[in-house]
Design a protein. Structure first.
Length: 284
């Protein structure tokens, strides 16, 4: 059995929706998978992001996700990665989703809610994984030990721009900067703005500036990426909705970038919102 899994990048939080909101982006990692009868052992090649850095054994994240689905047979992977690693664009979630979908395909299972459950268990939250699985805009939450998500289409006027710095960022490190508790007023502010963000992203992008205002995580994490916060503040002062993408340090903005904002050191890319999520295509 041979097939291609194509997984979109994702952005999470979107300012106010910490660990709850996600959106799929038109940047993709492709994994060519061979398994089943006639495939023995394990072989992995990696081109693009992570080449030379990621392990090429059973600890590779795609392989770990495949094994989590219950598939134990031979496996050959050819990974072509365009999603930058450790930049807040869901590279880990994309790898996990690729592996989960590959495992389901190899075992003849249709994708169901267990696919999200397996993927989300790797990271402890479902926002990025759900976006890569389903595409569009997602709202993710947990009920006890079960991870859930609902998907909706982004408004056609939502025009994401990502500003990707050269520096990497560790989710584990940036989470360590967050306080254990926040003021009640900040929690109430986050709830209202996150609800508004769903409306803004799916129906009325004109309110994205207010919707993406955050009090829960960005300022606490500023020591990890001061240039990111500087660019966000400069954009917002000029009326451009902007926030940190995931755990950073990438900035995601919506609309045109004013020329007076200094984006030196950032790779600026306009991306589509991916509406389809993960795709599987048979190969001859």
């Amino acid at each position: 059995m041979k097939f291609l899994v194509s997984v979109p990048a994702s952005t999470a939080n979107l300012g106010s929706g910490f660990d709850a909101l996600g959106m799929a982006l038109g940047m993709y990692d492709d994994v060519e998978v061979a398994g089943g009868e006639g495939v023995d052992g394990l072989s992995i090649t990696v081109d693009g992001a992570g080449s030379g850095d990621v392990p090429l054994d059973e600890t590779h994240l795609v392989v770990r996700a495949v094994r989590a689905t219950g598939y134990t047979g031979g496996l050959a992977l050819k990974c072509r990665n365009t999603i930058p690693h450790a930049r807040g664009l869901g590279s880990s979630a994309a790898a996990i989703v690729a592996g989960v979908v590959a495992g389901f395909t190899l075992t003849g299972r249709e994708l169901d809610t267990d696919a999200l459950q397996i993927a989300a268990e790797f990271e402890g939250h479902a926002d990025n994984a759900a976006a890569s699985l389903y595409g569009g805009v997602v709202v993710a939450w947990s009920e006890g030990e079960r991870y859930r998500a609902v998907r909706t289409d982004a408004d056609a006027r939502v025009r994401p721009v990502v500003l990707i710095p050269a520096a990497e960022s560790s989710t584990k490190t940036t989470r360590g900067l967050l306080p254990a508790e926040v003021p009640h007023a900040d929690a109430a502010h986050a709830a209202g703005r996150a609800a508004l963000a769903v409306h803004a992203l799916t129906r009325d992008p004109s309110v994205l500036l207010a919707a993406t205002e955050d009090r829960l995580h960005q300022n606490y994490r500023e020591p990890a990426w001061p240039d990111t916060v500087r660019v966000i503040n400069d954009l917002r002062k000029l009326g451009v909705p902007a926030c940190v993408s995931g755990a950073g340090p990438t900035v995601i903005a919506f609309g045109d970038l004013p020329a007076e904002v200094d984006t030196h050191g950032f790779d600026v890319r306009r991306l589509d919102v991916d509406a389809a999520g993960v795709r599987v295509r048979p190969l001859d």
